[in-house]
Design a protein around this ligand. Structure first.
Ligand code: ZN
Length: 473
């Protein structure tokens, strides 16, 4: 049995976790199969094991025969169950809902649904959005960019009794303008020089962001060296304050430019060309994290061609209000449908993942670059919560084993959260963020959606009750 020694325990108790929800003081999961995503082969599964949780922390882990639940503990029977660390989505956006109206810069539905109404709805719906994340077994998320309102989202999650841990970046430092999204607190701000970038970073640093984020859009006519200087200035300003730089860069030359400039976290796949040795060397030099974000492009294609269909996990765990809106194209009058969408509806594309992106994930993984699972949830067709199961399925399709996929969604996510000693594993001393599954996640990644209970900071949630409580069905 592995337990916490008293010195570590005292140190942890002194840390006083402000975000810990009130938890049953002593909890045990007995006779379960524990999956340790940081271990290899047979060692990854610990059978007939017991986990003891006190005050939101794991205090003991070991064989059930030797690891007794303390007197008075609430005991969950783990026979036939698998326990994994809580899932982590390292790429989400709370300012977007996943419905058709959430990106008027991509398709403008203002005539039918004013963007102001969509944004107001998202804000009012935040407690429900937190719950769909928890219900989906996701106990931590990284919002990699949105309005200054994002900092309020982080505060709201910290105060909530049913929310994942939330880390955030503020407005995207962008190479291009997105006026359609500017209602006074824009999520994307165009900057034209290194000085402007530094000034915006300083404004964001005042709110203690977990990341600074660059939207690195490079078109043929743009001067890559000039753009790289802006990204470098952004990185220097962020790093000087001890904050990491996340970058959206989807082409090989742009991703390499981002890494040269100091990027710590690439939140998308390189999808235009195979990654090369120079890319791998730069990623290693920066100790950069790579988030493949494979599904998001498909989400747009499905939604805008009116071929989006909920998966069984989405039927069970997504926000019912968003699910209902996913088929609005059936009822929106033709003259209110944007041209781009009308074209896609007339000739629905064959939706499939980028083979280059899948191959690159495999290469990046084999090169030992740390990978963090992320969905870009909130974008059109990528729903908060259960879209993690679509994403993990695609990662398996890329050739990662179920254990590797789970590692990216736990150990990799913990790195993205900057909490690798606190979350992402099942070990004494770690925060008790766990998911109880009723099927073996190493037999099939699809089983990761077979969620029976979610534990966040020692507090136990029933996913079906969470969804029922938000209403909207
Ligand atoms: Zn994103």
């Amino acid at each position: 049995m592995r337990t916490l020694d008293w010195r570590t325990w005292a140190a942890l108790a002194a840390l006083a976790l402000p975000w810990a929800a009130p938890a049953a003081p002593v909890l045990a999961i007995a006779h379960a199969s524990l999956v340790h995503p940081d271990r290899e082969g047979d060692a990854a599964v610990e059978r007939d094991a017991t986990v003891v949780i006190e005050n939101g922390r794991i205090v003991a882990v070991g064989p059930s025969a030797a690891t007794r639940a303390p007197r008075g503990a609430t005991v969950i029977d783990g026979h036939g169950k698998w326990v994994i660390p809580g899932l982590i989505d390292s790429h989400v956006h709370f300012f977007q809902s996943g419905n058709l109206y959430t990106r008027p810069d991509g398709a403008d539905f203002n005539k039918w649904m004013p963007y102001t109404k969509e944004v107001a709805r998202n804000k009012a719906r935040l407690p429900a959005t937190f719950k769909v994340w928890l219900a989906s077994g996701v106990t931590s998320v990284v919002d990699v960019g949105g309005p200054f309102w994002n900092f309020e989202v982080r505060d709201a999650a910290a105060r909530s009794s049913a929310a994942p841990r939330v880390h955030v970046a503020g407005p995207l430092i962008s190479m291009i303008d997105r006026p359609q999204l500017d209602l006074g607190d824009p999520p994307i701000i165009k900057i034209a020089s290194a000085d402007e970038a530094r000034a915006l970073v300083r404004r964001e640093l005042a709110r203690k962001p977990d990341y600074i984020k660059v939207w690195y859009i490079h078109r043929d006519q743009d001067d890559l060296a000039a753009q790289e200087a802006i990204v470098r200035a952004t990185a220097e300003e962020a790093h000087a304050a001890g904050v990491r730089l996340a970058v959206h860069a989807t082409e090989l030359v742009v991703a390499k430019s981002a890494l040269r400039a100091g990027a710590d976290f690439l939140v998308h796949s390189v999808d235009d060309a195979p990654v090369d040795d120079e890319f791998i060397a730069l990623a290693r030099r920066n100790k950069a994290l790579y988030c493949p974000t494979l599904f998001v492009v498909m989400g747009y294609q499905y939604a805008f061609s009116n071929t989006w269909k909920a998966t069984p996990a989405e039927e069970r765990l997504a926000d019912p209000q968003i699910l209902a809106a996913m088929h609005d194209l059936d009822r929106i009058p033709k003259d209110m449908i944007p041209e781009r969408v009308a074209k896609l509806m007339a000739a629905p594309p064959e939706v499939k993942p980028s083979q280059v992106a899948l191959d690159n994930l495999r290469k990046v993984w084999d090169a030992g670059i740390p990978v963090a699972m992320g969905t870009d949830a909130g974008n059109v067709g990528t729903l908060h919560g259960p879209s993690v199961f679509r994403e993990m399925q695609l990662m398996a399709q890329a050739g990662l084993t179920p254990l590797q996929v789970l590692r990216s969604a736990t150990v990799g996510g913990a790195r993205a959260m900057g909490m690798e000693r606190e979350i992402g594993g099942i070990d004494p001393g770690m925060v008790a963020d766990l998911v109880i599954l009723d099927a073996d996640p190493l037999a099939d990644v699809g089983n990761l959606s077979r969620i029976e209970r979610v534990i966040r900071g020692g507090k136990v949630y029933d996913p079906d009750e969470l969804i029922h409580s938000i209403g909207g069905r």
